[in-house]
Design a protein. Structure first.
Length: 454
């Protein structure tokens, strides 16, 4: 399967050229004009130099890149993004991006429907961080001064965002599966000062799914807002092969107050493209502002009136709309089948790890498409050293994994004969985001096995 002649996808270049010509016809009524002159030879020279500089990258597009959360955009998304660049729309105001604003609303509405929401308020953002900031900002407006809590396995952005918003923040212990610990959460809720619980459906470290149904039950007892950070895992709502706990969590997602999802992860989009949606459209009142110089040709809702960001790339909306037209967000679809292949790849890798005495598998099987495992050694500190060597040696054979520093409680070290001489362990981590990974697991495992000490 490996080749020294790997080529980047180029078929869309001809398709893009035809689309560009078609788009140009929409402006045929304008008087001819000369575009600003540029030196084609000079442009070629610097582009050639840029292409050479880009050699200094890991092969994120290749199945042997199985490390961090990097997934190539769909060719249609890449082409649509480029197409829109000849217009360069700004989705802050309808005046700056008429077509792309409409496309954004349609694309976001499809995402909201994926979670069961027909009525909603939402928009695209520059990424998950900004999307989560908006969700917590609204939460703070509704419960000023009240605490935000999230699992210790939640993304660090929540504590940082809370600090920016001057909201008190506390982390909640997690269980041996990397999920929020319900007993620990309830202890914090008893104090009566929690305004928002952040529930993560797909943690970035392990892909763990917090127990949303049980947290919803606690909401009935204590009263608080629930924000779901599904930046990584949200699209897995569509697949039919989730485990029972994960399925129950996604089935309950329509009952929460706000959701964040990142189309630039499993949504096949270029960076940066995040999305925030609110179940109650009336929260738009908190965004209200006046701008004497931006809005002047339409009384329709401007996306800039429901976003903390001002100028935003219309290109991201065009790319997302195009991709969702090609691959609708439906269960039992081509899109969902691709995600099922990613999870299947993770289950295959986990099975290999469990059957090999040189490794210690996590206490839990992958809930999404992320696998973490430790090297078997006398102690956790020694295991960490072995993991780092495996990481380096695998990279030398063009297999790129990742390292993660995780609590020892996520692994049954005692049963494996590994002394927990430190609270954390450096383990190997693999994010199998590409559907092609399902066909490459045997080759990936072959390399892992080759570089692991006997």
């Amino acid at each position: 399967m490996e080749s020294s002649n790997i080529q980047l996808e180029k078929k869309t270049i001809a398709i893009l050229e035809k689309a560009l010509t078609d788009m140009e016809k929409g402006f045929a009524h304008l008087s001819p004009h000369e575009t600003a002159a540029f030196d084609a030879d000079a442009v070629k020279g610097v582009l050639d130099e840029a292409a050479a500089r880009m050699h200094d990258n890991y092969p994120y597009f290749h199945p042997l890149y199985a490390g961090q959360m990097l997934k190539p955009p769909h060719p249609a998304a890449r082409a649509a993004y480029m197409l829109s660049m000849w217009i360069n729309p700004n989705n802050h105001a309808l005046d700056g991006g008429r077509a792309s604003s409409a496309m954004e609303k349609e694309a976001v509405a499809e995402i909201a429907r994926m979670f069961g929401w027909n009525d909603h308020l939402g928009h695209l953002t520059s990424g998950g961080t900004m999307a989560n900031l908006e969700a917590l900002w609204i939460a703070g407006q509704l419960a000023p001064g009240k605490k935000v809590v999230a699992s210790k396995q939640a993304h660090y952005t929540h504590s940082r965002i809370s600090a920016v918003l001057q909201l008190p923040f506390e982390s909640v212990a997690h269980d041996a599966n990397g999920r929020m610990d319900l007993a620990a959460l309830e202890e914090k809720l008893k104090a009566g000062d929690v305004g928002t619980v952040v529930v993560t459906l797909g943690t970035t470290a392990t892909g763990s799914i917090d127990p949303l149904p049980e947290i919803l039950a606690l909401r009935k007892k204590y009263g608080f807002r629930i924000h779901v950070d599904a930046a990584y895992g949200g699209y897995f709502n569509l697949i039919g092969t989730l485990g029972p706990d994960a399925r129950a969590a996604f089935d309950a997602i329509g009952e929460v107050d706000s959701i964040v999802i990142d189309p630039h992860k499993h949504g096949l989009q270029p960076y940066g493209c995040g999305c925030v949606v609110f179940r109650d459209p009336s929260v738009g009142k908190f965004y209200k502002h006046d701008s004497p110089y931006t809005y002047f040709t339409s009384e329709e809702l401007h996306l800039g009136e429901i976003s903390l960001e001002c100028s935003r790339p219309g290109a991201a909306a065009v790319a997302l709309w195009t991709t969702q037209k090609l691959l609708p967000l439906k269960k039992d679809s081509e899109f969902s089948k691709r995600l099922e292949k990613s999870r299947n790849a993770a289950l295959k890798l986990h099975k290999h790890i469990k059957s090999d005495a040189r490794f210690v598998a996590s206490r839990f099987e992958p809930e999404l498409d992320i696998v973490v495992w430790a090297a078997r050694a006398a102690t956790a500190s020694e295991s960490s050293k072995v993991a780092k060597k495996i990481f380096d040696d695998a990279a030398a054979k063009n297999l790129h994994l990742a390292l993660a520093e995780l609590p020892v409680s996520l692994f049954d070290l005692e049963a494996a004969g590994v002394a927990a001489d430190q609270p954390t362990i450096t383990c190997l981590r693999s994010v199998l985001m590409k559907p092609e990974h399902d066909d490459w697991i045997d080759r990936i495992w072959e390399i892992v096995s080759e570089v692991t000490p006997k």
